[in-house]
Design a protein around this ligand. Structure first.
Ligand code: F6R
Length: 369
């Protein structure tokens, strides 16, 4: 049932182009029309939404962090993303005009469930983004948008994460559509690229052998750091989480702009630092800033592993290892930038002799608070 792969995780990483395509299927057309009738929150309610709050845990929380960038940029509705386990204990401000989005692969995560119950008690509307039909979280929500990743067996989430991102992008665009946002050319081209993004995920998968080779050479390291900016920051956090849970290594993700506020003190000779570089088009200011971060850490001895858009000439001179990904619009880059980090963590876990599908101390769904 592993379909010829050694681990479910490898199979699920390979299934990502299909999972992404299936999650988009029938929900978006090339003219940029979103068809999410299945989301049973009336358009009249969505038009009145004054704030979006996203709650989730772990990898799903990282998807939610990325969703915040998309929702605010595309719809101009204020959005915050919060760890579900923290949410209800600080008495958050919620009312009938708050849309709470609960993201959960399993649909059974107790922290997320308790957060959504709290939100509904306060009168907020809850939309679940979930991969498991009929599970508790969608049953207790006002509406659900299912991700179509298919069953995810490996404890570490991979294909569910990519489909959560797709679902978040769809919700953001849908919110814009029902509120009558006039899309400019920028967003129309993002929509076109989103509808074809599975091809790019496939392309990344075809070029992963050097990433596996690199991972094997790092099996005896103690620490790996991850840096990113903008949507690359949650990608860095996700890369670090995968490495912790699978390789049992100390791994930390930082916003690259925070480096100078402390973490740069961690940089020493040969410490591997993975840097997610934003597209040189789009937000080029951020691109240039991250290039100088790479120079700074390299000057202090870091071994730089750089994930950058194919053809980005400016980073190559500072990359000890360059991992190229296809060009995408800035907000969609996590769909391609995360894949090498999944492969990297999986290979490191294998090289360290760990059980890839069943990491120690972890369970696939966490049904206690
Ligand atoms: C990490 C991982 C976990 C889950 C988290 C939420 O690879 O799988 O961090 O993402 O426990 O689980 P769901 O999405 O089922 O609520």
């Amino acid at each position: 049932e592993k379909g010829g792969y050694d681990y479910f995780m490898l199979k699920e990483i390979a299934e990502q182009p299909k999972a992404v395509a299936d999650t988009l299927l029938g929900r978006i057309d090339l003219a940029g029309n979103l068809c999410l009738d299945e989301v049973r929150i009336p358009a009249s309610v969505l038009r009145e939404v004054s704030k979006v709050v996203i709650v989730a845990c772990g990898t799903a929380y990282h998807a939610g962090m990325i969703a915040k960038y998309a929702i605010e940029h595309w719809t101009r509705i204020p959005c915050e993303t919060e760890l579900a386990s923290e949410f209800r204990y600080r008495d958050p401000i919620l009312d009938q005009r708050t849309l709470v989005i609960a993201i959960s692969q399993s649909g059974e995560t107790m922290d997320t469930l308790m957060a959504l119950r709290h939100a509904r008690e306060q009168g907020a509307k809850v939309l679940a983004i979930c991969n498991t039909n009929g599970s508790t979280i969608p049953r207790e929500s006002d509406a659900v948008l299912y991700t179509h990743a298919g069953p995810e067996v490996a404890v570490a989430s991979t294909k569910a994460f990519l489909t959560q991102l797709v679902a978040c992008y769809l919700v953001a665009l849908y919110l814009g559509q029902v509120r009558g946002t006039k899309w400019g050319d920028e967003i129309l081209s993002v929509i076109r690229e989103l509808s074809e993004i599975a091809t790019q995920v496939e392309e990344v998968l075809e070029t992963m052998e050097p990433v596996r080779e690199l991972a094997r050479t790092l099996a005896d390291k103690n620490t790996v750091l991850f840096l990113g900016r903008h949507v690359g920051f949650p990608v860095a956090l996700e890369g670090a989480l995968k490495l912790k849970e699978l390789a049992y290594m100390h791994a930390e993700g930082f916003a690259a702009g925070e480096l100078k506020h402390g973490p740069i003190a961690l940089i020493e000779q040969d410490v591997p630092v993975v840097v997610v570089v934003p597209s040189p088009r789009g937000r080029s200011v951020l691109h240039d800033k991250i290039v100088s971060n790479i120079q700074e850490i390299r000057a202090r001895g870091a071994r730089t592993i750089v994930i950058a858009e194919r053809g980005d000439e400016t980073v190559a001179p500072y990359a000890d290892h360059l991992i190229e990904i296809p060009a995408t619009p800035t907000l969609l880059q996590p769909l391609v930038a995360t894949v090498p980090l999944q492969v990297f963590a999986c290979e490191l876990a294998t090289a360290r002799g760990n059980e890839v599908d069943q990491p120690r101390n972890l369970a696939k769904s966490v049904t206690v608070e």
